[in-house]
Design a binder for this molecule. Structure first.
Ligand SMILES: C[S@@+](CC[C@H](N)C(=O)[O-])C[C@H]1O[C@@H](n2cnc3c(N)ncnc32)[C@H](O)[C@@H]1O
Length: 276
């Protein structure tokens, strides 16, 4: 399933160097300290229409991608699972049904608007899971606490992706698995059609359905700037994950990356999740 990419790997962390450092917000170069605020505006604006837009934009395919990711996660009764950048809670819902009453699933997101929609949906489904506002780059959980950590369509929006990957590995138990579901590099023959769709249909839908064209233009741009399949696999290895592999879904429109934490057993993680 591995795919060669001839595109230049974008060194997304290159600009991480002190005050005045810059990064990308879509195709716009912004100060590193500005990016999180701009991303927050995007998700605050789209939170109410987020689920409808996902179905419209992907023709329902996001459900298939997420179902594949959940199947690969291999979550079993009693496991502890962290849904990072969990937004409106699709994955948390699936995991909660698998871990059963002895397990634990945390829905987390940096954005309170998205998290509120997610928490309410979970409650409507009879799933009162813990939900916490937190930044993936600085997770408020003890080392080695979770059996599975999953981030779906969230990594692309983070300012320091390497830092976030390292944090996600830190909170995994030895033998635990990190799964990253994200837009990726589409197979080259499909690229022109995909570009046309992304830069015309997506902003058009965003304007009509979510009354926010700019956020959906950001979506298209941020996908182009996200590390391709091989680059992300290397970043996961650099973060200390082993057996890293990826699966291209829908010709690489999306890829699921997974890696295992084989790190040494951290000093007594204790029983509490360690939220400060
Ligand atoms: C496209 S949504 C994905 C939501 C959900 N995982 C899904 O697949 O439907 C991206 C989410 O990433 C969150 N996010 C962005 N930066 C983050 C960060 N540094 N830490 C945690 N969440 C973040 C956003 O607030 C947003 O809810």
């Amino acid at each position: 399933m591995q795919q060669d990419s001839s595109s230049d790997p974008i060194n997304v962390e290159a600009a991480v160097a002190g005050p005045g450092a810059t990064t990308h917000f879509g195709y716009t170069t912004v100060g590193e300290s500005e990016k999180a605020g701009k991303v927050a505006e995007v998700f605050r604006s789209v939170a109410g229409r987020y689920d409808l837009m996902n179905d419209l934009m992907s023709g329902g395919l996001h459900r298939v991608w997420k179902a594949f990711a959940v199947a690969r996660a291999g979550v079993r009764p009693g496991m502890k699972v962290l849904d990072v950048a969990g937004g409106t809670g699709d994955l948390s819902t699936a995991f909660a049904r698998r871990v059963g009453p002895d397990g634990e699933v945390w829905l987390t997101d940096i954005n309170d608007s998205m998290l509120r929609v997610g928490r309410d949906r979970l409650l409507d489904r009879g799933l009162p899971l813990p939900a916490a506002v937190c930044d993936a780059e600085c997770l408020p959980f003890a080392d080695g606490y979770f059996d599975r950590v999953m981030v779906a369509f969230g990594l692309r929006n983070m300012t320091h992706k390497a830092r976030a990957l390292t944090e996600m590995r830190r909170v995994l138990k030895p033998g635990g698995k990190l799964l990253v579901l994200e837009f990726s590099r589409v197979a080259r023959p499909l690229a022109p059609l995909y570009d046309l769709y992304s830069f015309t249909v997506l902003p058009w839908l965003g304007a009509r359905v979510a009354r926010d064209e700019r956020s959906y233009r950001y979506l298209a741009e941020s996908i182009r700037l996200h590390p391709d399949q091989n680059t992300l696999a290397s970043m996961m290895e650099a973060a200390g994950l082993s057996h890293v592999r990826f699966f291209n879904l829908t010709a690489g429109v999306v890829a699921l990356h997974e890696g295992v934490n084989l790190g040494p057993c951290p000093p007594a993680a204790g029983n509490a999740a360690g939220a400060d």
